[in-house]
Design a protein around this ligand. Structure first.
Ligand SMILES: [Zn+2]
Ligand SMILES: [Zn+2]
Length: 265
């Protein structure tokens, strides 16, 4: 039986279309005897309607005080990050080109810091995910592959989120090799197996590619309500079906995940 003890991609009310607090998620993880929870709210044009004209940190302040969270709560190790949208074929992340022109209460002075840099500096790790992908229309498999490889090159990105349901064709083995070489992770995401995004077959192919090349994976519920935190039945079933090697599951224990995290940060 595959052991899973960490849920490293979850959302709270700060994602707006999610409905639980940090503590509710922690309690849900504790109830399932999980050892580690990662809270990774959306950093995304889905949530934040700002453009290159500039951003105020007032609209992003949920990200700038996360270091005050307890490191352990209700017996669960608690980590903080965000899930950032990939926004172009260069694999760049939301906010990379948005200057912070206003702090919390006073205007910022040039030279401006970029929004992604401010938010990411407050995160322990970033999950890079494709959501809206009009920018990839007409892109080749090779271009999509490069997009993921470049996203992995960002120093704060530890995990590629739900690649199995991005809807983009890419070379999963090439991306897995890039993640392996960088000591980073490809996510197997429980929420990919529901509704219109059902992507079971694609997720299986990706898991198999990871096993073949020796790339570690992370597991996550992608919960948008505490009820779903630590529910990884379909992820577990998939990993067992493809006989995925336990030692490549970074989320098999808090210790294993923290070792990956320490080597990366
Ligand atoms: Zn996502
Ligand atoms: Zn998510």
């Amino acid at each position: 039986m595959v052991r899973l003890a960490c849920d490293v991609h979850t959302h709270t009310i700060f994602s707006r279309h999610a409905y639980s607090t940090v503590e509710e998620n922690v309690r849900a993880a504790a109830a399932c005897n999980f050892e580690l929870l990662g809270v990774t709210d959306h950093f995304s044009p889905m949530i934040h309607g700002v453009g290159p004209e500039g951003a105020s940190m007032r609209e992003f302040q949920e990200f700038i005080n996360m270091r005050m969270w307890p490191r352990e709560w209700h017996g669960v190790q608690l980590m903080h990050g965000c899930e950032a949208d990939i926004v172009d074929l260069q694999g760049r992340l939301f906010g990379w080109d948005i200057p912070v022109t206003y702090h919390l209460s006073v205007p910022a002075e040039p030279p401006y810091t970029m929004l992604a840099d401010v938010v990411f500096s407050n995160c322990q790790y970033v999950i890079a995910s494709v959501h809206e992908h009009g920018w990839a229309e007409g892109a080749t498999r090779e271009q999509n592959t490069q997009m993921y490889v470049r996203a992995l090159e960002h120093p704060k990105v530890l995990i590629l989120g739900h690649t199995g349901r991005s809807g983009l064709d890419f070379d999963e083995e090439a991306v897995a090799e890039a993640a392996r070489d960088a000591g980073k992770l490809i996510e197997i995401n429980e929420a990919s197996f529901f509704g219109r995004n059902n992507a079971l077959e694609r997720c299986e192919q990706i898991a198999c590619a990871c096993a073949r090349v020796g790339c570690m994976v992370s597991t996550a519920s992608d919960a948008h309500i505490s009820y779903d935190v630590a529910r990884l039945e379909r992820v577990r079933a998939l990993l067992e079906r493809v006989d995925f090697p336990q030692h490549l599951v970074a989320t098999r224990s808090a210790e294993a995940f923290l070792e990956v995290y320490e080597n990366f940060s």
